[in-house]
Design a protein around this ligand. Structure first.
Ligand code: SAM
Length: 430
């Protein structure tokens, strides 16, 4: 039992990747992963603090683990991720049964943490010790590859600059080496502000990196997350336009449709500028689709401001949308901008926004009926073992039937015959 571990992950893709790094490092040290926490000698909670709700979940989970530790004694519990970074020593004060606390900057320092040399590791060491060969990737077809850590933007609502530190880009050649070594057909480049990437050695920008990754043999589909609207430039657009394997789908969080609120959020663009950026991208790549993040109930958001968010969602017709009620985060500048909008009003706005987007998404999914879409095969369907599953370029899951079992990671044409609530159904065509 001593050498077994269990990892639970909350939050964004960066956290998923940190868990893959932790899991890989543990396996390299002779540990074995278990899927039942009761069988584990080491439990890691990789936490998220982007909203208050996610943070509460961590403490209630720690309460449950206290019981487990009481029964078992020798169990080690570690809190990793953004709550670890944000709360540091306070976690062990509040939950003394936690053995160590390890922020995102210290994922490469597992030995020091496990040995007890660092019990509260919340600094950002110069050398992040990124061992990409030790990554434990859960998918045989897709590799997430971090190209930069941290964030230099100062959005007034956001805890990320505190929990993940200042922006640090990885050298260009290291990223290419990792993509090649991964052997995966689908690559997702990750960064909090991925398109602000700049190689620390050569100064090459995100567009240059995109083009170089897209040209690696075997890369059938290339995605990236999360782009900041103010960092979209010609080089990025040209790389997308010139490489058909770069997904025609761009996640471009807008946060609000009101220029007044965007200014209060310090998002560095106005509504007009954002719409112009979308138009520029659409002009170069007419078939592109967008997805977005929206916050409702930000301090000072009036009904009129909110209606501007609705009208923007209607105007851009996002394929996917993630929307959240504003959540005040410790130490963020928005705390000084006055109280959040009344909770009942914010909830009602969130519901209206989701209803609008549901209709837009439905129309998008319905428009695929009868069309043949390129689908990257991920394996058997989760709902029906007689079917297969894959994803469209704009990231919708397609469950489909096929005469012969298709090869994992291959790209197939699938004729869509049904649009379901969030997914599509179809049949592979020859
Ligand atoms: N770095 C990315 C960016 O700037 O767009 C994404 C960071 S975050 C993990 C994902 C989304 O969470 C954000 O785009 C935002 O919509 C939402 N979010 C961040 N802070 C929030 C807060 N304090 N309250 C509510 N939603 C928040």
């Amino acid at each position: 039992m001593d050498n077994t571990y269990f990892i639970e992950t909350w939050g964004c893709q960066m956290n998923d990747l940190d868990s893959q790094r932790l899991s890989g490092a543990l396996k390299l040290r002779g540990y074995r992963r278990v899927e039942d926490e009761r069988e584990a000698g080491l439990i890691l909670l990789n936490t998220c603090s982007i909203r208050e709700k996610s943070e509460h979940k961590v403490f209630s989970r720690l309460g449950e683990l206290r019981e487990l530790k009481r029964e078992r004694g020798e169990l080690q519990i570690g809190v990793c991720g953004c709550v670890a970074q944000q709360e540091g020593e306070r976690i062990r004060e509040r939950a003394p049964w936690v053995d160590f606390v390890m922020g995102p900057g210290n994922v490469g320092y597992l030995d020091e943490v496990l040995s007890g040399a660092k019990r509260v590791a919340v600094d950002f060491p110069e050398d992040r010790r990124y061992d990409f060969l030790a990554l434990d990737r859960p998918s045989a077809t897709k590799a997430q590859v971090t190209i930069m850590e941290g964030c230099n933007k100062n959005c007034t609502f956001c805890i990320v600059p505190t929990t993940r530190g200042r922006e640090v880009s990885r050298p260009f050649d290291d990223v290419l080496a990792e993509v090649r070594a991964s052997g995966r057909v689908e690559i997702e480049l990750l960064g909090q502000t991925v398109n602000a990437y700049r190689c620390p050695v050569s100064g090459r920008d995100f567009g240059a990196l995109l083009a170089a990754v897209a040209e690696i043999d075997g890369v059938a589909r290339l995605r990236f997350m999360t782009s900041h609207p103010a960092e979209v430039n010609d080089s990025m657009i040209a790389a997308m336009r010139d490489h058909a394997n770069i997904s025609r789908y761009l996640h471009l969080p807008v946060q609000s449709g009101s220029s007044k609120i965007l200014r209060r959020m310090k998002r560095l663009y106005t509504r007009e500028k954002y719409v112009e950026t979308i138009a520029r991208i659409r002009e170069a790549i007419p078939e592109i689709h967008f997805s977005t993040d929206v916050i409702v109930g930000f301090p000072g958001e009036t009904e009129e401001d909110f209606e501007q968010s609705l009208s923007l969602v209607e105007e851009i017709r996002y394929g996917s949308m993630f929307a959240f009620k504003y959540s005040p985060r410790p130490g963020t500048p928005s705390l000084k901008l006055g109280p959040p909008v009344d909770d009942a009003i914010a909830s009602a706005r969130l519901t209206r926004l989701f209803e609008l987007h549901e209709r837009i998404k439905r129309e998008r999914l319905e428009s695929y009926r009868g069309r043949v879409l390129p689908v990257l095969v991920e394996g058997p369907s989760r709902n029906d073992p007689a079917m297969f599953a894959g994803r469209t370029d704009d990231n919708f899951v397609v469950n489909f039937v096929a005469g012969r079992p298709p090869m994992l990671g291959s790209m197939l044409g699938v004729r869509i015959d049904q649009a379901q609530h969030h997914t599509l159904r179809g049949e592979a065509v020859a």
